[in-house]
Design a protein around this ligand. Structure first.
Ligand code: COA
Length: 378
C-alpha cells in the first residue's frame, strides 16, 4: 500500500515543544533559569506589588498605569461587572452546568461582539468571566448570585460575589490579586495558542476566548489545581507523603502540580504564590495546607528525581495555586474558572497582537495514511 507523498516538511511530533510560533511583546518564559517576564517586569515584583487592574493595563497598553489611569480602569471594570451581572438572566441555563468551565464556556458564548462597543470589549469579557464564575458557584449552592460592587477592586469583588470573603477583607483580596497577576500571562501556553489561532482567522475576541476556555479546562493545563488539593487532602499529614507519592508513581500516575513543558526548574510563580500565602499568614489568615504542601513538594521532587534524574520535574504554578485559592476561601470546584478570571487578561492581549499581525496560523500535517490504489486502465 502506498503512503503519503515525499514532500520535505519540518516536523515536531512532540507537541510543538521548542517551536516558535509568534513574536510577542507580552511575556517571556525562561524555562532553564525559572524566570517569567511580563512586558519587562519580573513576575515576582509584578505580582507582589501590583493588583489585577494594573496587570490588565500593562498587558493591554504596554505600561503600568499611573494613579489616575488605575482609578479609571478600576471603575470601568467595576461597571463592566455590573453590566455582566445584568445579562445573567439572558444566559438561559448556561450556568446550570455541573462543571464551572463548561458553564463559563456556555455563558461567554452568549456575548455578542456587535452588542459591545469595541473600546469596552476587553473589559466586558474580563468582567463577564469573573461575574459568571462567581454566579455559577452561588447557583451550585442553590443561593442567589450576589450583585457586583463597582467600587471594589476586581479581586475583592470576585471573592465577595463568590461568597468567599467580605468586601473589607483586604488580606484575602491582596492574596487573590497576587494570584491573578501571576497567572495573567505565560508565553505560548496551550490556551493562549488556541486564542491566537482563532484570532488569526480574523475571527472575533469572544470566539477566541470561548475556544481558550475549552483548552484551559484540560487537566494537563488549567485543570490541575483541583486535583492538587484532592491529593493534599488524601495525603493528610506530612509523614504519609512519601508512601502516598511512591504508591502513585508505582501505579504509573502523574503527580499533579509537578512538571512543566517549559520549566526545568521550579516554576517562579510557585514561589510568588507561596510568598503570598505567607503574607496571608502574617495577616492572621492561616492556611493549614501550606506546611503540608511544602512537605509533599519536597517528597515529590525527591521521588521524581530518583526515578528520572535526566528530566528534572519540579513544582509548577498549580501546586501553590491550590493552596492560595483554598486559603482565600474559594471552593475547589472554582479553581480552574479562577484561572480563567486571571488568564483572560493575557488572552485578550494576545488576540490584539495576533489581529495586528494579520497572518493566518496554518501549520501542516504529514499524511501517513493510505493513498487510493492506482487503477490500471483496461
Ligand atoms: N508526575 C509524574 N511523572 C511526570 C510528571 C508528573 N507530574 N510530569 C511528567 N512526568 C514524566 C512523564 O510521565 C514522562 O515520562 P515518560 O517519558 O516515561 O513517559 C516524562 O516525565 C516527561 O513528561 P512529558 O509528558 O514529556 O512532559 P510534558 O512536557 O509533556 O508535560 C505536563 C508537562 C505539565 C503536562 C506534565 O508535567 C504533567 O502532566 N504534570 C501534571 C499535571 C499538571 O500539573 N499540569 C499543570 C501544568 S502548569
Amino acid at each position: 500500500m502506498m503512503k503519503g507523498h515525499d514532500k520535505e516538511l519540518t516536523m515536531d511530533a512532540n507537541g510543538l515543544e521548542g517551536v516558535v510560533v509568534a513574536d510577542t511583546e507580552l511575556s517571556d518564559v525562561d524555562g532553564e533559569r525559572g524566570r517569567l517576564v511580563i512586558r519587562g517586569h519580573d513576575v515576582e515584583q509584578l505580582a507582589l506589588q501590583h493588583d489585577f487592574e494594573s496587570a490588565c493595563a500593562l498587558l493591554w497598553s504596554g505600561s503600568l498605569p499611573d494613579a489616575a489611569a488605575h482609578a479609571a480602569l478600576r471603575q470601568r471594570l467595576g461597571w463592566a461587572r455590573v453590566r455582566a451581572f445584568a445579562r445573567l438572566p439572558s444566559l438561559g441555563d448556561a450556568l446550570s452546568a455541573a462543571d464551572a468551565m463548561d458553564a463559563l464556556r456556555a455563558a461567554l458564548a452568549h456575548l455578542r461582539v456587535d452588542e459591545v462597543a469595541p473600546s469596552e470589549l476587553k473589559l466586558e469579557l474580563t468582567a463577564t468571566v469573573a461575574v459568571c464564575a462567581a454566579a455559577w458557584s452561588r447557583l451550585r449552592e442553590s443561593v442567589e448570585p450576589l450583585a457586583p460592587d463597582p467600587r471594589l477592586g476586581h479581586a475583592a469583588d470576585y471573592l465577595r460575589m463568590a461568597g468567599a470573603a467580605s468586601a473589607g477583607d483586604g488580606a484575602r483580596a491582596a492574596a487573590l490579586d497576587a494570584y491573578l497577576v501571576a497567572a495573567s500571562d505565560h508565553g505560548m501556553n496551550a490556551s493562549t495558542f488556541t486564542a491566537r489561532v482563532v484570532a488569526s482567522t480574523q475571527s472575533d475576541a469572544v470566539s477566541a476566548i470561548v475556544a481558550a476556555i475549552g483548552a484551559l479546562k484540560g487537566p494537563l493545563h488549567g485543570g490541575a489545581p483541583g486535583p492538587v488539593l484532592a491529593m493534599l487532602d488524601a495525603i493528610g499529614t506530612p509523614e504519609r507523603a512519601a508512601h502516598w507519592i511512591e504508591r502513585q508513581l508505582a501505579a504509573g500516575q502523574r503527580i499533579m502540580g509537578m512538571g512543566h513543558r517549559v520549566y526545568r526548574v521550579r516554576d517562579p510563580r510557585a514561589a510568588v504564590l507561596e510568598r503570598a500565602v505567607e503574607r496571608l499568614h502574617a495577616a492572621g489568615v492561616r492556611s493549614n495546607r501550606l506546611a503540608l504542601a511544602r512537605a509533599v513538594e519536597a517528597v515529590a521532587v525527591a521521588s521524581l528525581g530518583e526515578r528520572r534524574p535526566e528530566r528534572r520535574l519540579a513544582a509548577n504554578v498549580e501546586f501553590y495555586t491550590a493552596v492560595i485559592l483554598d486559603a482565600v476561601g474559594l471552593p475547589q470546584a472554582l479553581f480552574s474558572a479562577t484561572f480563567a478570571v486571571a488568564r483572560v487578561a493575557g488572552w485578550l492581549a494576545h488576540v490584539d497582537e495576533q489581529h495586528a499581525r494579520g497572518r493566518l496560523i496554518r501549520p501542516a500535517s504529514r499524511y501517513v495514511g493510505p493513498l487510493p490504489e492506482v487503477c490500471e486502465a483496461a
